[in-house]
Design a protein around this ligand. Structure first.
Ligand code: GLN
Length: 552
């Protein structure tokens, strides 16, 4: 069977949840035995989102191969249980960069280099590369932006050509659109969808399936109207209402028959859907026995998308523990040693978040100290782990000016520093430790217990490390270095054995948490927080609803 391509465009407005629709369709196809991947085409000119401010673009999602990518790739991994790579995220910046490089090398043999055909050819080759790998039955391609945007045009044209080149029977065009409800008229309006489909058709791309986001059910009349004016079959008008959780969307899409329409149109060979685990998970998310609150201390807390994977990892690990995890967003800038007790009142656990730069560090150190000295479960991720090490060096080891050279280059005790071999890498242009690295766990440690394995792989995105020349001071004072990178002898995990749960990790465990494989440290952290909540009367039980998953 040759690889099939499904292109997903969005119309009317942004933020309709294209990433979730692509991921949900992907999950349904995977559940029916197909090998699927999802690719995101982003129309912006940055080569990748690595340099973008989290306020601007949300979290930078890092893949195993060290690519800094769009946060939608996180959804693809969490829903489909796949690993993505640099090839799964293509930006206009990257396309132009590659084309300009080729032009400089004379690859175009003196021709005038133009959007059509050179840019559109380059886009096609990036899409086909995934399909031609032979690894997938289906490649779902999410086209970023909204139909009608100037910057989306080369992508739409590339898709039009690609459909022609690989054969219409091997491709499908799905358009995600909005059917708004006008309160004054008391009805749903189809005109924006008609216009969006018209714009798409003018570019030569007729949708095969319309997924209509709506706050109300689409009745037969509305469906017929959409079908007739947008030139699709009635069964190809799919309603997508708001769900209780994004993880319920695959089940709602299955109920609407999206997967069956796709399977039929592309003549895919499938097996019986296996969704038991998924349904159980959605039940657990929507119907937990109780709830706890965990503080997330960071400096981008006004913009929750900056911590997207952490939020999702809490949903996965909460479900395992039959408990909803509410997040208390704590701005580290406002936190001091004086107010930390009040600010963190009532929380069952404290997570200090990843980040860059010196702003808010003293607040993060106050949060670490509060959790450490009050036996509140603590989880430090990347910068959060570095803060835990700095706090320990200052308050337990007595190096009261200990710091990271990221914040104080001349500190007397640079307990966090750029390692010597990393400096050499920096000179060659690669400034960060990015992507998957091995971590060997110390037997009997909390990390070892949580993972149940001795060697694990986790993803990184940082420049600084625990200083190997000074780390003796930490262990002398009781900190356990429970995870080490064997190749470069770098500290990956620190723990305090005389604390109920105090773990700091140099890597980003949140990036590997999926519905079917919740991240073990998150699961254990929530378990410890739940225990703390129960013993400190911070746990609230919830009365179970009797609503089955997918049956809202
Ligand atoms: N700023 C720190 C470093 O570069 C931590 C990075 C992070 O939290 N991702 O090492």
């Amino acid at each position: 069977m040759s690889t099939k391509y499904i292109f997903v465009t969005g119309g009317v407005t942004s933020s309709l949840g294209k990433g979730i629709i692509c991921s949900s369709l992907g999950r349904l196809l995977v559940a029916q035995g197909l090998k699927v991947t999802v690719q995101k085409l982003d129309p912006y000119i940055n080569v990748d989102p690595g340099t973008m401010n989290p306020y601007e673009h949300g979290e930078v999602y890092v893949t195993d191969d060290g690519a800094e990518t769009d946060l939608d790739l996180g959804h693809y991994e969490r829903f489909l249980d796949i690993t993505t790579s640099q090839s799964n995220n293509v930006t206009t910046g990257r396309i132009y960069y590659d084309v300009i490089m080729k032009e400089r090398q004379g690859a175009y043999l003196g021709k005038t280099v133009q959007v059509i055909p050179h840019i559109t050819d380059e886009i096609q080759s990036h899409v086909l590369k995934l399909g031609q790998s032979g690894d997938y039955d289906v490649v779902i391609v999410e086209i970023g932006g909204t139909v009608g945007d100037i910057e989306s045009l080369p992508y739409i044209e590339a898709v039009r050509q690609l459909r022609y080149n690989v054969g219409r029977q091997n491709t499908l065009s799905i358009h995600l659109t909005l059917v708004p409800y006008l309160a004054a008229a008391g009805e749903l309006k189809t005109k924006p969808t008609q216009h969006s489909v018209k714009t798409l058709s003018e570019s030569g791309l007729q949708p095969d399936i319309l997924v209509c986001r709506s706050e109300y059910p689409l009745d037969e009349t509305i469906r017929r109207k959409v079908a007739q004016f947008c030139n699709v079959d009635l069964e190809d008008v799919i309603e997508s209402r708001d769900a209780r959780s994004i993880y319920e969307v695959p089940l709602l899409m299955q109920k609407e028959g999206l997967d069956q329409r796709v399977i039929k149109k592309l003549k895919l060979k499938t097996s019986e859907p296996e969704l038991d685990n998924w349904i159980g998970f959605v039940e657990a998310v929507c119907n937990p026995s109780g709830e706890i609150t965990i503080a997330l201390v960071g400096k981008y807390v006004e913009h929750h998308d900056s911590y997207k994977s952490i939020v999702e990892a809490f949903i996965h690990s909460g479900a395992v523990n039959d408990c909803k995890v509410n997040i208390k967003w704590v701005q580290s800038d406002n936190l001091t040693r004086e107010n930390v007790k009040d600010e963190l009142k009532g929380v069952a656990g404290v997570l200090v978040a990843p980040g860059f730069g010196g702003r808010g560090i003293s607040g993060k150190l106050a949060a670490v100290e509060h959790a450490r000295t009050n036996s509140i479960p603590f989880f430090g991720i990347c910068l959060g782990m570095q803060c835990a090490v700095i706090e320990f060096a200052r308050d337990v080891c007595g190096w009261d000016k200990a710091n990271s050279t990221e914040f104080d280059e001349n500190t007397e005790h640079p307990i966090i520093d750029i390692m010597h071999d990393q400096k050499n890498i920096e000179n060659m242009g690669g400034t960060m430790r990015l992507g998957k690295y091995t971590c060997k766990l110390k037997k009997g440690s909390k990390a070892h217990e949580a993972y149940g394995e001795e060697v694990v792989d986790e993803r990184h995105r940082h420049r600084y490390e625990v200083n190997n020349n000074l780390r003796y001071k930490l262990t002398e004072n009781g900190m356990v270095l429970s995870g080490m990178n064997p190749e470069r002898d770098l500290v990956e995990i620190v723990e305090l054995p005389d604390h109920p749960w105090f773990v700091g990790v140099q890597f980003h465990p949140e990036l590997r948490s999926t519905v079917n494989n919740p991240q073990p440290l998150f699961v254990d952290f929530v378990k410890a927080s739940l225990k703390h909540a129960k013993s400190s009367k911070l746990y609230k039980s919830i009365k179970k609803e009797k609503v089955a998953a997918g049956k809202s």
